[in-house]
Design a protein around this ligand. Structure first.
Ligand SMILES: [Zn+2]
Length: 504
């Protein structure tokens, strides 16, 4: 199909010019396939790329001069929580400022039905593309009730979830997502997940998972996702791969070897990763056994699972004074040890929930410093890992800076990746991991999602202190052929579309 279009465009370029084409001229092109950068120009018309190479402007054609700048496919964020932000702020500055043109939502087991998403996007056009998985926890909530999730589902309930999932797949979902570490899914059995993954597979979908443990039982959790890939024979992806237990630090290479072994066996297992050594979640994940009142478990958490003096409470509805403080500071102010304070915070939040049953915001969130930079870097470098943000427009800087941090820190400063490798991990490889065929590379016939940036200056500025600071060096961003972002500002165009799974 793409080949035919390509021939058509070579034979009848004048037909394209009538579609008001634009030429991005004299740029360095990093095309998203991983191949070496080269100089040239790129022509876009309508929502497509229609030419690439040594191109001269047509008469009266709009020309964008890109001397000294690099043109890449728009970045694809394979694990994003930006949906609410993008719907509330359709200019999508949080993603566009880092060069992201597609966000993939419905992560960690939580999604809105595709049919709802479609009507939301019809009502509110947005500047970036959105694709979504179907979340297992959301299926559980619909079928079992949101207050009844701390148990395994019955077979009858699983059967009802399968029907809902099938419907969502038909509406364009990319596949099944799970957040097995969270209470809403933690008590589901492996068999439940397996049965649902089979439904995703029947529609040529995929499986993406925040695995059941990123710390004390991580090897079981890895075994589970590998087993699903083996038995269901669908592509499986580990969300935001990390080693979040101090005792496991330095073992990234071992994990990669385990995953490579599974790949040799024929299992299509991949991962995404974000470039930070701290996460953002509920403090309850620090109790892998869900025993929130066990002092020994809390001691273990403060010693092994996070660094209390570098971990900030970013949301705490029960006492706003604690927001922005580290757990160590809070413990000190309460005259408690860190383990006691950690348990107390969870208790205070539980009380808050009980007393405010209609409260719909986030009750508590902590940025937990749990990882080691060397492991983060190893995972970023893994051949089968693509870049994600795991972010939203919240307190964690990853929501505004993940992709530009890769280009500034990991490419230019540390040379941990070549520019071509990094772009591939943000575009072409990611599209493969999602089953998106018409985005992720610069070639004739591909959709015109593009980012023009300065490789010498590009960098993230978002930090814990200022998590919404915009990146430097992202000059222009196009989505479906329309310029949505220029000079750190929205252009007001809202050309994002819903990307549906291709059923082939
Ligand atoms: Zn997650």
């Amino acid at each position: 199909m793409r080949g035919l279009l390509h021939i058509f465009l070579i034979l009848f370029p004048f037909l394209v010019t009538s579609q008001k084409s634009q030429l991005i001229q004299h740029v360095t092109i990093v095309d998203g396939t991983g191949r070496k950068e080269f100089k040239g120009s790129v022509r876009i018309a309508g929502n497509q790329i229609v030419g690439i190479g040594k191109l001269k402007p047509y008469k009266n054609e709009k020309v964008i001069q890109g001397i000294g700048l690099t043109l890449a496919p728009g970045f694809i964020d394979s694990h994003s929580h930006h949906l609410n932000d993008v719907l509330e702020h359709p200019d999508a500055i949080s993603t566009a400022n880092q060069g992201v043109t597609t966000v993939v939502v419905g992560q960690d087991g939580e999604s809105v039905p595709l049919i709802t998403l479609i009507s939301q996007m019809n009502k509110t056009p947005v500047a970036v593309n959105i694709a979504s998985y179907t979340g297992q926890s959301s299926l559980r909530e619909q079928v079992m009730g949101s207050n009844n999730l701390l148990r395994a589902a019955t077979q009858a309930e699983i059967d009802r979830m399968k029907v809902l999932l099938k419907k969502d797949m038909e509406n364009g979902s990319l596949g099944l997502s799970t957040g097995l570490e969270y209470e809403s899914a933690f008590y589901s059995t492996r068999d439940e997940v397996l049965q649902l993954a089979k439904v995703a597979k029947e529609s040529n979908g995929r499986y993406i998972s925040h695995i059941r443990s990123e710390d004390i039982t991580m090897s079981d959790a890895l075994d589970e996702i590998i087993d699903i890939g083996r038995k269901v024979k669908l592509p499986v992806q580990i969300s935001h791969i990390k080693l979040a237990k101090k005792g496991d630090w330095g073992k990234a290479q071992q994990i990669i070897e385990l995953l490579e072994k599974a790949r040799k066996e024929g299992i299509d297992i991949t991962a995404d990763v974000y470039p930070y050594n701290f996460w953002n979640s509920t403090p309850r994940v620090l109790f892998p056994k869900r025993d929130y009142t066990n002092l020994e478990s809390s001691k273990f958490a403060t010693q092994e699972l996070f660094e209390p003096s570098e971990s900030y409470l970013v949301k705490f509805a029960a006492n706003k004074n604690y927001e922005g403080k580290t757990l160590s500071e809070i413990a000190k102010s309460r005259n408690e040890t860190e383990p006691v304070a950690l348990m107390k915070l969870i208790e205070l939040s539980a009380d808050f929930r009980k007393n405010n049953p209609t409260y719909s915001g986030t009750v508590e969130a902590i940025m937990g410093k749990s990882m080691q930079d060397e492991d983060v870097c190893k995972f970023i470098q893994w051949k089968h890992a693509n870049i994600c943000s795991d972010g939203n427009a919240g307190a964690h800087p990853r929501g505004y800076g993940s992709f530009t941090k890769i280009l500034g820190k990991y490419v230019r400063e540390e040379k941990a990746l070549t520019l071509e490798e990094a772009i591939y991990k943000m575009t072409g490889l990611t599209a493969q991991h999602l089953g998106i065929k018409d985005r992720g590379t610069i070639a004739s016939g591909m959709k015109a999602d593009l980012v023009l940036f300065n490789p010498k200056t590009v960098k993230d500025n978002a930090s814990i202190r200022d998590s919404h600071a915009l990146s430097d060096g992202i000059e222009m961003v196009w989505v479906n052929g329309e310029l949505i972002f220029k000079g750190k500002k929205s252009t007001g165009r809202r050309s994002g579309t819903l990307i549906k799974r291709i059923n082939e």
